[in-house]
Ligand binder design. Structure first.
Ligand SMILES: *Cc1c(COP(=O)(O)O)cnc(C)c1O
Length: 385
């Protein structure tokens, strides 16, 4: 079976990880800061805080922005559950903004309308979490301008989008957000096994994120309230977690960063080849609203089911039987049983639900060979013709 996603590990990666295993520090050593520096420089952003997952990064990003009990956080329903769960961890409530049916990303018009309604009832969100679905950046300048006007903070969930660009700037620059979050899970663009990172250009937010990552403990005398008793002394000044990344993981990430641009161009050429192969078929693919460069974490085709004699499930099964490991991204978050128990219903976000009913993710990863791409293209053509 050709998988839908797969990590790429080289001998250099293995050597880099082995070096850490032979060194004095497996965690809290010198490699995590080096990895943070490599990512922040790549993204042209001042601060980067590496953590053990994007889920953790989203959690501490919400906390750093002051999300707490009684607050409201909005995200898109077309995402992995972690984009919404982070608000619940903080005791806040979640609501969703429907997608644009052509970009599969949060719809800017739906956002504006929802804000107008929220003003009427006096319940604006504290934080908005747009997700760069499949690696295609949302229209961040518009989203950020709207949010700034109403005092709403913005976290970009860029779990799919390290290496992507928005208006010529790298995703992660935080030009149009307060914090950006990356994931380094093996199916994502670069990997650390498990891992994530929160980026910001705001030094105060960076310092809060760093504290929250490590139990709320500081050794920075400027932050301490009491006189230092000796070299052993530290203070816990807030309630944090152990969300640290290990040096083992960071060594893998740092080594992978060297190939990030190669990965993106491989993914782009696979996307172009797919697009060419699917010309004339009854399906649509993700569009961009402004000048962007997708990192192509996922390649999603949206089937025009009215023109196809099969259901989505039948197309899915057909592909799997042909050895093509297709997948579906995403089951709308608000339709998950846990969210339905909170009061959400099928029908609440119709554009997302209509998209979900027609979506299939095809194999997309840097080492996907041309022969494998041809197997995918031929299988899909046969499945829907
Ligand atoms: C993968 C993913 C996450 C969670 O990432 P982890 O590093 O696995 O915690 C969050 N949001 C989106 C959109 C994702 O795809």
């Amino acid at each position: 079976m050709i998988p839908y996603g797969k990590q790429d590990i080289t001998e250099n990666d293995i050597t880099a990880v082995s070096e850490v295993l032979r060194s004095d520090f497996l965690t809290q050593g010198p490699v995590v800061p080096r990895f943070e520096k490599a990512v922040s420089e790549y993204c042209s952003v001042a601060h980067a805080v590496a953590v053990n997952s994007a889920t953790s990064a989203l959690h501490i990003a919400c906390l750093a922005l002051g999300v707490g009990k009684g607050d409201l956080v909005w995200t898109t329903p077309n995402t992995f559950v972690a984009s919404a769960n982070c608000a619940l961890y903080c005791g806040a409530s979640v609501d969703f903004v429907d997608i644009n049916p052509r970009t599969f990303n949060m719809c800017v018009f739906a956002l504006e309308r929802k804000i107008e309604d929220a003003i009427k009832v006096g319940r604006l969100p504290k934080v908005l979490i747009p997700v760069h679905f499949a690696g295609q950046p949302c229209d961040m300048e518009k989203i950020f301008t709207i949010c700034r006007k109403y005092g709403i903070k913005v976290i970009e969930d860029a779990s799919h989008a390290i290496g992507a660009q928005y208006k010529g700037r790298p995703v992660g620059s935080c030009e149009f957000s307060d914090i950006t979050v990356f994931s380094f899970h093996p199916v994502k663009i670069i990997t650390t096994g498990e891992g994530g990172m929160a980026l910001t250009s705001d030094i105060e937010l960076a310092s809060k994120l760093a504290l929250l990552r490590g139990h709320g403990i500081t050794r920075d005398t400027a932050l301490m309230g009491e006189p230092i008793e000796g070299a052993w002394y530290y203070e816990q000044i807030s309630l944090g977690f152990n969300y640290r990344m290990t040096d083992i993981q960071a060594a893998l990430g740092l080594s992978q960063m060297e190939r990030l641009n190669q990965y993106i161009s491989r993914r782009q050429s696979i996307a172009s080849r797919y697009q060419f192969g699917f010309e004339g078929l009854p399906l649509s693919t993700q569009e961009n609203e402004v000048s962007t460069l997708s990192s192509w974490h996922l390649y999603v085709v949206r089937l025009k089911l009215s023109q196809i004699s099969k259901t989505r499930a039948q197309v899915f099964e057909f592909m799997r039987n042909r050895g093509v490991g297709v997948n579906v991204h995403y089951i709308p978050v608000h339709t998950q049983p846990y969210y339905r128990k909170m009061g959400f219903n099928i029908g609440d976000f119709p554009f997302t639900e209509a998209y979900y009913a027609e979506a299939i993710s095809l194999p997309m990863f840097p080492s996907l060979s041309e022969e494998q791409q041809d197997v995918v293209i031929e299988a899909l053509c046969e499945a829907i013709e």
